[in-house]
Design a protein around this ligand. Structure first.
Ligand SMILES: [Zn+2]
Ligand SMILES: [Zn+2]
Length: 255
């Protein structure tokens, strides 16, 4: 399996517009973070998690030519606003399966009403095959990619994290319920939310992310969804062995 970080930044992206802080003015490319998303390639299947606000740029940068599925964690703007930009893939190859939980579907249908209830003539629309996901109900994409949706809590909002075989992607969360803790054992790679250093109501921070990593004991862990409070080189010293800050364009492979 091959995982590519398409974006590792919080909702504003890093640099943050108008900010002159040490991270936002850094020359280290690892401090430049598009909005969060990952690309997974395995067994001939290519999938992404979330269509971030930066999806177009990410797809061009990584020469994405086709997607077998798009998995939605939740319907906050930074995770879904790139949905309209799947159209060039649709024009060329047809509709794409979009997987989300019932809460996210309610918001997707409201925000992208023009997709589901077209009101004008002309103009291309995203072509989507809707799929519902249920926490703890696994399914397969192709023959070799098993996907298990699991529930995590983002403040008060239930968000879906996805386990792909022995890789898992859990962003935008402040709490991991016991059933999900059990389902995230034995991982090779865990990608986990980590907004910043100071406490936050709806996100994990370095301390709380490390506490969950201690419980889940993945072989390797990568932190994502970072704000400008975290400067890659400076703050990497805060992390134990086996845990790293992810950065845009980083590729992790088990092959
Ligand atoms: Zn987010
Ligand atoms: Zn800044």
């Amino acid at each position: 399996m091959r995982l590519t970080f398409l974006g590792t930044g919080t909702s504003t992206g890093v640099p943050s517009i108008g900010c002159d802080c040490e991270t936002c003015t850094s020359n280290d490319s690892r401090d430049n973070r598009l909005r969060v998303s990952i690309l997974i390639e395995h067994g001939g299947q290519t999938v992404i998690v979330d269509t971030s606000s930066d999806f177009r740029q990410q797809a061009l940068r990584h020469r994405i030519k086709w997607l077998d599925a798009v998995f939605v964690t939740h319907c906050h703007a930074d995770h879904i606003f790139g949905l309209d930009d799947i159209r060039p893939l649709n024009f060329r190859y047809g509709p794409i399966g979009l997987y989300a939980n019932a809460t996210a579907w309610k918001d997707i249908r409201r925000i992208f009403k023009y997709v589901f209830e077209p009101s004008h003539f002309g103009g291309g629309l995203p072509q989507i095959i809707p799929h519902n996901v249920e926490p703890g109900a696994p399914f397969c994409i192709g023959n070799e990619l098993q996907v298990t949706p699991l529930e995590v809590i983002h403040g008060r909002l239930p968000v879906i994290c996805y386990r792909f075989n022995d890789f898992a992607y859990a962003t935008d969360l402040s709490e991991i319920p016991p059933a999900t803790i059990d389902a995230l054992q034995g991982l090779d790679v865990l990608v986990l939310d980590c907004l910043r250093i100071k406490p936050h109501q709806t996100h994990l921070t370095i301390d709380t992310a490390l506490a969950y990593i201690e419980k889940l004991k993945p072989r390797r862990a990568f932190l994502t969804h970072m704000a400008h409070d975290i400067k890659h080189a400076r703050d990497s010293a805060l992390l134990p062995q086996g845990v790293e800050f992810a950065y845009d364009n980083l590729v992790i492979s088990d092959e």
